[in-house]
Design a protein around this ligand. Structure first.
Ligand SMILES: NC(=O)c1ccc[n+]([C@@H]2O[C@H](COP(=O)([O-])OP(=O)(O)OC[C@H]3O[C@@H](n4cnc5c(N)ncnc54)[C@H](O)[C@@H]3O)[C@@H](O)[C@H]2O)c1
Length: 288
Protein backbone atom coordinates (compact mmCIF):
# COMPACT_ATOMS: atom_id res chain seq x y z
CA UNK A 1 0.00 0.00 0.00
CA UNK A 2 1.44 3.39 -1.08
CA UNK A 3 0.43 6.01 1.51
CA UNK A 4 2.65 8.84 0.27
CA UNK A 5 1.06 12.26 -0.01
CA UNK A 6 3.38 14.30 -2.27
CA UNK A 7 2.02 16.21 -5.26
CA UNK A 8 2.75 13.20 -7.52
CA UNK A 9 1.18 10.66 -5.16
CA UNK A 10 -0.43 7.82 -7.11
CA UNK A 11 1.27 8.74 -10.39
CA UNK A 12 3.29 6.27 -12.41
CA UNK A 13 6.25 7.55 -14.43
CA UNK A 14 8.89 6.30 -16.84
CA UNK A 15 12.22 8.14 -17.16
CA UNK A 16 14.54 7.26 -20.03
CA UNK A 17 18.27 7.80 -19.62
CA UNK A 18 17.68 7.54 -15.87
CA UNK A 19 21.04 6.05 -14.86
CA UNK A 20 22.78 9.41 -14.64
CA UNK A 21 22.59 13.17 -14.96
CA UNK A 22 19.23 14.81 -15.60
CA UNK A 23 17.37 11.46 -15.76
CA UNK A 24 18.79 10.34 -12.42
CA UNK A 25 17.87 13.65 -10.78
CA UNK A 26 14.37 13.44 -12.25
CA UNK A 27 13.84 9.88 -11.02
CA UNK A 28 14.95 10.95 -7.53
CA UNK A 29 12.68 14.01 -7.57
CA UNK A 30 9.58 12.22 -8.92
CA UNK A 31 9.90 9.53 -6.25
CA UNK A 32 10.44 12.17 -3.54
CA UNK A 33 7.22 13.84 -4.75
CA UNK A 34 5.28 10.55 -4.43
CA UNK A 35 5.44 8.87 -7.86
CA UNK A 36 6.39 5.30 -8.73
CA UNK A 37 9.14 5.37 -11.35
CA UNK A 38 10.44 2.91 -13.92
CA UNK A 39 14.04 3.93 -14.55
CA UNK A 40 15.31 2.88 -17.97
CA UNK A 41 18.73 3.13 -19.57
CA UNK A 42 21.44 1.13 -21.32
CA UNK A 43 23.93 1.50 -18.43
CA UNK A 44 22.33 -1.46 -16.69
CA UNK A 45 24.56 -1.85 -13.66
CA UNK A 46 24.48 1.82 -12.73
CA UNK A 47 20.72 2.02 -13.39
CA UNK A 48 19.89 -1.11 -11.37
CA UNK A 49 22.03 0.07 -8.43
CA UNK A 50 20.28 3.43 -8.47
CA UNK A 51 16.82 1.80 -8.49
CA UNK A 52 17.89 -0.35 -5.51
CA UNK A 53 19.03 2.76 -3.68
CA UNK A 54 15.73 4.54 -4.41
CA UNK A 55 13.73 1.72 -2.84
CA UNK A 56 10.35 0.12 -3.32
CA UNK A 57 8.86 2.81 -5.58
CA UNK A 58 11.62 2.43 -8.17
CA UNK A 59 12.36 -0.29 -10.68
CA UNK A 60 14.97 -0.53 -13.38
CA UNK A 61 14.58 -1.93 -16.90
CA UNK A 62 17.03 -2.01 -19.80
CA UNK A 63 15.66 0.11 -22.64
CA UNK A 64 17.69 1.22 -25.62
CA UNK A 65 15.57 4.12 -26.86
CA UNK A 66 16.56 3.55 -30.50
CA UNK A 67 14.78 0.19 -30.37
CA UNK A 68 11.03 0.56 -30.67
CA UNK A 69 10.38 -2.84 -29.07
CA UNK A 70 12.41 -1.84 -25.96
CA UNK A 71 10.34 1.31 -25.59
CA UNK A 72 7.06 -0.57 -26.00
CA UNK A 73 8.25 -3.11 -23.39
CA UNK A 74 9.07 -0.35 -20.90
CA UNK A 75 5.54 1.05 -21.19
CA UNK A 76 4.05 -2.44 -20.79
CA UNK A 77 6.20 -3.08 -17.69
CA UNK A 78 5.16 0.17 -15.97
CA UNK A 79 1.50 -0.59 -16.64
CA UNK A 80 1.88 -4.15 -15.39
CA UNK A 81 3.77 -3.10 -12.25
CA UNK A 82 1.62 -0.18 -11.15
CA UNK A 83 -1.61 -0.37 -13.16
CA UNK A 84 -1.15 2.50 -15.65
CA UNK A 85 1.09 5.29 -16.91
CA UNK A 86 0.76 9.02 -16.12
CA UNK A 87 4.16 10.52 -16.90
CA UNK A 88 6.87 9.89 -19.48
CA UNK A 89 10.15 11.78 -19.43
CA UNK A 90 11.79 11.23 -22.83
CA UNK A 91 15.26 12.18 -21.72
CA UNK A 92 17.94 9.72 -22.90
CA UNK A 93 20.61 11.33 -25.01
CA UNK A 94 24.25 11.91 -25.82
CA UNK A 95 26.40 14.46 -27.59
CA UNK A 96 26.32 12.72 -30.97
CA UNK A 97 28.64 13.54 -33.84
CA UNK A 98 30.14 16.98 -34.31
CA UNK A 99 32.38 18.75 -36.81
CA UNK A 100 32.05 20.54 -40.13
CA UNK A 101 29.09 19.58 -42.32
CA UNK A 102 31.36 18.31 -45.12
CA UNK A 103 33.00 15.73 -42.87
CA UNK A 104 29.82 14.61 -41.09
CA UNK A 105 29.08 11.03 -42.13
CA UNK A 106 25.64 9.70 -42.99
CA UNK A 107 26.02 7.04 -40.28
CA UNK A 108 26.94 9.59 -37.62
CA UNK A 109 24.07 11.81 -38.66
CA UNK A 110 21.53 8.96 -38.60
CA UNK A 111 22.63 7.48 -35.29
CA UNK A 112 22.54 10.88 -33.59
CA UNK A 113 19.04 11.57 -34.91
CA UNK A 114 17.97 8.09 -33.76
CA UNK A 115 19.13 8.57 -30.16
CA UNK A 116 18.01 12.17 -29.74
CA UNK A 117 14.86 12.45 -31.86
CA UNK A 118 13.47 9.12 -33.08
CA UNK A 119 13.55 7.97 -29.45
CA UNK A 120 11.10 10.73 -28.53
CA UNK A 121 8.79 9.61 -31.34
CA UNK A 122 8.91 6.00 -30.03
CA UNK A 123 8.26 7.10 -26.45
CA UNK A 124 5.36 9.36 -27.35
CA UNK A 125 3.83 6.75 -29.67
CA UNK A 126 3.87 3.96 -27.08
CA UNK A 127 2.93 6.05 -24.05
CA UNK A 128 -0.14 7.47 -25.79
CA UNK A 129 -2.44 4.42 -25.63
CA UNK A 130 -1.55 3.80 -21.97
CA UNK A 131 -2.22 7.45 -21.10
CA UNK A 132 -5.47 7.50 -23.08
CA UNK A 133 -6.57 4.49 -21.06
CA UNK A 134 -5.76 6.47 -17.89
CA UNK A 135 -7.76 9.52 -19.07
CA UNK A 136 -4.72 11.75 -19.55
CA UNK A 137 -1.05 12.15 -18.82
CA UNK A 138 2.07 14.28 -19.14
CA UNK A 139 4.90 13.72 -21.60
CA UNK A 140 8.04 15.76 -20.98
CA UNK A 141 10.76 15.80 -23.62
CA UNK A 142 14.31 16.85 -22.86
CA UNK A 143 15.17 19.19 -25.71
CA UNK A 144 17.87 21.83 -25.16
CA UNK A 145 18.64 25.48 -25.72
CA UNK A 146 20.11 23.96 -28.92
CA UNK A 147 16.49 23.23 -29.89
CA UNK A 148 15.82 26.97 -30.02
CA UNK A 149 19.11 28.51 -31.17
CA UNK A 150 22.01 27.59 -33.45
CA UNK A 151 25.65 27.97 -32.47
CA UNK A 152 25.50 26.28 -29.07
CA UNK A 153 25.82 22.63 -30.18
CA UNK A 154 26.93 20.69 -33.26
CA UNK A 155 24.91 20.70 -36.50
CA UNK A 156 23.15 17.40 -35.93
CA UNK A 157 22.58 18.00 -32.20
CA UNK A 158 21.01 21.35 -33.06
CA UNK A 159 18.82 19.76 -35.73
CA UNK A 160 17.76 16.85 -33.50
CA UNK A 161 16.81 19.14 -30.61
CA UNK A 162 14.91 21.50 -32.95
CA UNK A 163 13.12 18.31 -34.03
CA UNK A 164 12.28 17.47 -30.42
CA UNK A 165 10.76 20.94 -30.01
CA UNK A 166 8.77 20.48 -33.23
CA UNK A 167 7.53 17.04 -32.21
CA UNK A 168 6.58 18.39 -28.77
CA UNK A 169 4.46 21.15 -30.30
CA UNK A 170 2.92 18.95 -32.98
CA UNK A 171 1.94 16.08 -30.68
CA UNK A 172 0.70 18.51 -28.01
CA UNK A 173 -1.98 19.62 -30.48
CA UNK A 174 -3.17 16.10 -31.26
CA UNK A 175 -2.94 14.66 -27.77
CA UNK A 176 -4.74 17.56 -26.06
CA UNK A 177 -7.89 15.79 -27.29
CA UNK A 178 -7.10 13.06 -24.73
CA UNK A 179 -5.90 15.38 -21.93
CA UNK A 180 -2.34 14.27 -22.60
CA UNK A 181 -0.01 17.25 -22.22
CA UNK A 182 3.29 17.40 -24.07
CA UNK A 183 5.99 19.88 -23.07
CA UNK A 184 9.73 20.23 -23.52
CA UNK A 185 12.44 21.32 -21.13
CA UNK A 186 15.33 23.21 -22.72
CA UNK A 187 18.36 23.02 -20.45
CA UNK A 188 21.40 25.23 -20.83
CA UNK A 189 24.81 23.98 -19.63
CA UNK A 190 24.21 21.30 -16.99
CA UNK A 191 26.89 19.51 -14.96
CA UNK A 192 26.41 15.92 -16.14
CA UNK A 193 28.45 13.20 -17.78
CA UNK A 194 27.45 14.62 -21.15
CA UNK A 195 29.05 17.97 -20.31
CA UNK A 196 32.03 16.22 -18.67
CA UNK A 197 32.68 14.07 -21.75
CA UNK A 198 32.28 10.66 -20.07
CA UNK A 199 29.40 8.37 -19.09
CA UNK A 200 29.00 6.97 -15.57
CA UNK A 201 30.09 3.48 -16.69
CA UNK A 202 33.30 4.72 -18.31
CA UNK A 203 34.94 6.31 -15.27
CA UNK A 204 34.92 5.77 -11.52
CA UNK A 205 33.17 8.14 -9.15
CA UNK A 206 36.32 10.08 -8.31
CA UNK A 207 37.16 10.78 -11.95
CA UNK A 208 33.58 11.77 -12.70
CA UNK A 209 33.59 14.16 -9.72
CA UNK A 210 36.85 15.69 -10.94
CA UNK A 211 35.54 16.09 -14.50
CA UNK A 212 32.29 17.63 -13.24
CA UNK A 213 34.21 20.11 -11.10
CA UNK A 214 36.24 21.14 -14.14
CA UNK A 215 33.06 21.54 -16.16
CA UNK A 216 31.55 23.66 -13.38
CA UNK A 217 34.67 25.82 -13.57
CA UNK A 218 34.25 26.84 -17.20
CA UNK A 219 30.45 26.60 -17.03
CA UNK A 220 30.14 29.14 -14.22
CA UNK A 221 30.98 32.01 -16.50
CA UNK A 222 28.90 30.97 -19.50
CA UNK A 223 25.58 32.52 -18.53
CA UNK A 224 24.25 35.46 -16.48
CA UNK A 225 23.60 33.38 -13.32
CA UNK A 226 27.16 32.66 -12.35
CA UNK A 227 27.09 28.92 -11.81
CA UNK A 228 26.61 26.00 -14.14
CA UNK A 229 23.18 24.33 -14.05
CA UNK A 230 22.73 21.19 -11.98
CA UNK A 231 20.56 18.18 -12.90
CA UNK A 232 18.23 19.05 -9.99
CA UNK A 233 17.44 22.41 -11.67
CA UNK A 234 15.93 20.50 -14.59
CA UNK A 235 14.31 17.83 -12.41
CA UNK A 236 12.37 20.54 -10.56
CA UNK A 237 10.84 21.73 -13.84
CA UNK A 238 10.08 18.17 -14.96
CA UNK A 239 8.35 17.46 -11.65
CA UNK A 240 6.19 20.56 -12.09
CA UNK A 241 5.29 19.57 -15.65
CA UNK A 242 4.48 16.06 -14.40
CA UNK A 243 2.17 17.40 -11.71
CA UNK A 244 -1.37 18.76 -11.85
CA UNK A 245 0.08 22.18 -10.90
CA UNK A 246 0.80 22.54 -14.64
CA UNK A 247 -2.61 21.16 -15.69
CA UNK A 248 -3.19 23.95 -18.25
CA UNK A 249 0.29 23.90 -19.76
CA UNK A 250 0.93 22.09 -23.02
CA UNK A 251 3.04 22.56 -26.13
CA UNK A 252 5.55 24.74 -24.28
CA UNK A 253 9.32 24.89 -24.17
CA UNK A 254 10.52 25.57 -20.63
CA UNK A 255 13.91 27.23 -20.88
CA UNK A 256 16.08 26.52 -17.82
CA UNK A 257 19.45 27.99 -18.67
CA UNK A 258 20.59 30.51 -16.04
CA UNK A 259 19.78 33.27 -18.53
CA UNK A 260 22.09 31.91 -21.29
CA UNK A 261 19.67 32.57 -24.14
CA UNK A 262 18.49 35.92 -22.78
CA UNK A 263 21.71 37.65 -23.72
CA UNK A 264 25.29 38.29 -22.71
CA UNK A 265 25.96 38.42 -18.97
CA UNK A 266 26.09 41.97 -17.61
CA UNK A 267 29.70 41.30 -16.56
CA UNK A 268 30.59 40.63 -20.23
CA UNK A 269 28.95 43.73 -21.69
CA UNK A 270 31.12 46.67 -22.81
CA UNK A 271 31.89 49.19 -20.10
CA UNK A 272 30.19 51.81 -22.26
CA UNK A 273 26.92 50.09 -21.33
CA UNK A 274 27.55 49.11 -17.73
CA UNK A 275 29.29 52.23 -16.38
CA UNK A 276 27.38 55.21 -15.06
CA UNK A 277 27.64 58.11 -17.51
CA UNK A 278 26.07 61.53 -17.49
CA UNK A 279 23.67 62.22 -20.36
CA UNK A 280 25.72 63.59 -23.25
CA UNK A 281 24.03 66.29 -25.27
CA UNK A 282 24.64 65.80 -28.98
CA UNK A 283 22.74 68.92 -29.97
CA UNK A 284 22.89 71.52 -27.23
CA UNK A 285 19.46 72.30 -25.87
CA UNK A 286 17.79 69.13 -27.18
CA UNK A 287 17.31 67.51 -23.75
CA UNK A 288 16.59 70.60 -21.69
N1 LIG B 1 24.12 18.30 -19.89
C1 LIG B 1 23.75 19.33 -20.64
O1 LIG B 1 24.40 20.38 -20.65
C2 LIG B 1 22.49 19.21 -21.46
C3 LIG B 1 21.96 20.39 -22.00
C4 LIG B 1 20.80 20.33 -22.76
C5 LIG B 1 20.19 19.10 -22.98
N2 LIG B 1 20.72 17.96 -22.45
C6 LIG B 1 20.01 16.70 -22.71
O2 LIG B 1 19.70 16.10 -21.48
C7 LIG B 1 19.48 14.70 -21.68
C8 LIG B 1 20.20 13.93 -20.60
O3 LIG B 1 21.60 14.11 -20.73
P1 LIG B 1 22.54 14.38 -19.47
O4 LIG B 1 23.13 15.72 -19.63
O5 LIG B 1 21.84 14.06 -18.22
O6 LIG B 1 23.74 13.36 -19.78
P2 LIG B 1 24.11 11.96 -19.11
O7 LIG B 1 25.15 11.38 -19.99
O8 LIG B 1 24.41 12.11 -17.66
O9 LIG B 1 22.77 11.11 -19.22
C9 LIG B 1 22.29 10.58 -20.43
C10 LIG B 1 21.76 9.18 -20.15
O10 LIG B 1 21.17 8.68 -21.37
C11 LIG B 1 21.56 7.33 -21.51
N3 LIG B 1 21.51 6.92 -22.91
C12 LIG B 1 22.32 7.29 -23.94
N4 LIG B 1 21.99 6.65 -25.06
C13 LIG B 1 20.92 5.87 -24.76
C14 LIG B 1 20.12 4.95 -25.49
N5 LIG B 1 20.35 4.71 -26.77
N6 LIG B 1 19.10 4.34 -24.85
C15 LIG B 1 18.87 4.57 -23.55
N7 LIG B 1 19.60 5.39 -22.79
C16 LIG B 1 20.62 6.04 -23.38
C17 LIG B 1 22.98 7.28 -20.95
O11 LIG B 1 23.36 5.96 -20.60
C18 LIG B 1 22.88 8.21 -19.75
O12 LIG B 1 22.53 7.53 -18.56
C19 LIG B 1 19.97 14.41 -23.11
O13 LIG B 1 18.85 14.30 -23.97
C20 LIG B 1 20.78 15.63 -23.45
O14 LIG B 1 20.83 15.86 -24.84
C21 LIG B 1 21.85 17.99 -21.69
Amino acid sequence: MDNRTGRLAGKVAIVTGAASGIGEATARRLIADGASVLLTDIQDEVGADLADELGEHARYQHCNVVREADVADAVASAVEAWGGLDVLHNNAGFGGVSGPIESTTAEGWASTIDVLLTSVFFGTKHATPAMRERGGGSIINTASVCGLHAGIGSHVYTVAKHGVVGLTRSTALELAEYSIRVNAVCPGYIATGLAAGRSRSEVDEAEMAERLDKARGWGANAQPLDRMGEPADIAAAVAWLASDDSAWVTGTTQVIDGGLTTGRPWRKLPRAITEDRPVRLYAPGTYE
